[in-house]
Design a protein around this ligand. Sequence first.
Ligand code: NG6
Ligand code: CA
Length: 516
Amino acid sequence: NMAVLLRTITVIALTLSSTAEIAQVTKADARQTAQRPNVILIYADDLGYGDLSCYGSTKVKTPNVDRLASQGLRFKNAYATSATCTPSRYSLLTGEYAWRQKGTGIAPGNASLIIKPGRSTLPGVFKAAGYQTASVGKWHLGLGGPEGPDWNGDLKPGPVEVGFTHSYIMAATGDRVPCVYVENHRVVNLDPKDPIQVDYKQKIGDEPTGRENPDKLKMKPSHGHDMTIVNGISRIGYMTGGKSALWKDEDMADVFTKQAVQFIESTQKNKVAAQPFFLYFATHDIHVPRVPHPRFVGKSGLGARGDALLEFDWEVGEILKTLDRLQLTNNTLVLLSSDNGPVVDDGYQDQAVQKLSGHRPAGPLRGGKYSAFEAGTRVPLLVRWPGKVKPGQSDAPISQIDFLADFAALLGQQYNHTDAPDTENQLNALLGRDPTGRAEIVEHAGTLSIVQGSWKYIDPSDGPAFEKFTSTELGNNPQPQLYNLATDLGEKRNVANQYPARVQQLKQRLQEIRQK
Ligand code: NG6
Ligand code: CA
């Protein structure tokens, strides 16, 4: 690989300290670096299509995200692969639709790693190209082998075994035990004399639970989430031990942001021989429990969900500031997106519903997180690469499934097409050089849908049409559904009966993709 070679030469040149040689090689190196940008993927949790002011929200102001949008490209037709977290992240990192694999649904906090070490991955592509790669924030793809995670020992395989040279994560979600951070293979701040035990089936230890001790809660659950209480919040799952390692929800954004910033800084220690980096910064915001730092509380006027949005925007701002401070802005490609669509009440009484105040988390779209309707998977996507990506907006259909092939193309890397059968090179669309984008988008919720041009077809499903706890229209229907998104973005008029040939064609195409 040319760039690695050039860098090696630079180092040798430095050692020989021949100034002429250094000047020459460094220039070549700089040219090379221009095609090997640092890449930061800011991956929000449950951020909706209507949650950002650059996507039309008037009730919430997100100035830092808006800065990215104004300096970059804003996509109107970008999709996560699935309407929930684990499958979207699985697809994003592997280039394989999660629905092809069993066990890729929403993972409990004690799940085994669901990405097989050794297969091609998005971070693996960067790593093979000589990048330093870090995963900071929410993981939710399991840890450990088939026997599950060893919280008190080495937590592997995990991010490090699938392509990240560094990782500082929470294993699952904020609402699942164990409520601890994991750095590389170890729980952070764990006292070996107070080992962690986790059980998802029955109570373990003497810690109070939300069900038995609601008086001990600072925020009550609305549905589920009534097991072990940690930091005054009851969670999904039971845990005991690990007292010194428990996180404080209020500090989580600060902790992850600090880790992300430190990672960026660490890559710049030796400027001349600096390797480029890939940072996967998966924020906890704006998932439940929404417990932002006190400096954001009450600031949005929309309750905890709005305040968590402001906290997310702050996190983005800190990353952008760091790039400015280290003079990395021009050579860093920043992507911002979400793992699935929005939900308002996702299990805690956090006033998000009562204080919504007319804010529309899904914007003009129907449904939300968990839904086959557009709001389930159509999410914000911003791409900023100064001088390379022309600021503006794009209608090109984009799927996160393609990021693996896109960056392999950018970096001239190969990957295993059997491992990653669904990713395709849409780099030109991602960089705003091709307005066409993907020929078709596959959306995954309870059922599969396909979008081709302005048509969207939702495969019949026996699932419930409505989920009452989260108040979500799931989009399930035992009859085929066909919508014309060009004239009916809100998916209000099912025209399947008027266009039987179109229904047939899309149904068949979806079947082909399924069987690929
Ligand atoms: C659901 C949880 C929800 C959330 C979701 C995962 C209940 C009742 N609901 O099962 O609160 O944790 O899983 O969200 O437990 S995701 O964004 O990580 O997919
Ligand atoms: Ca999510």
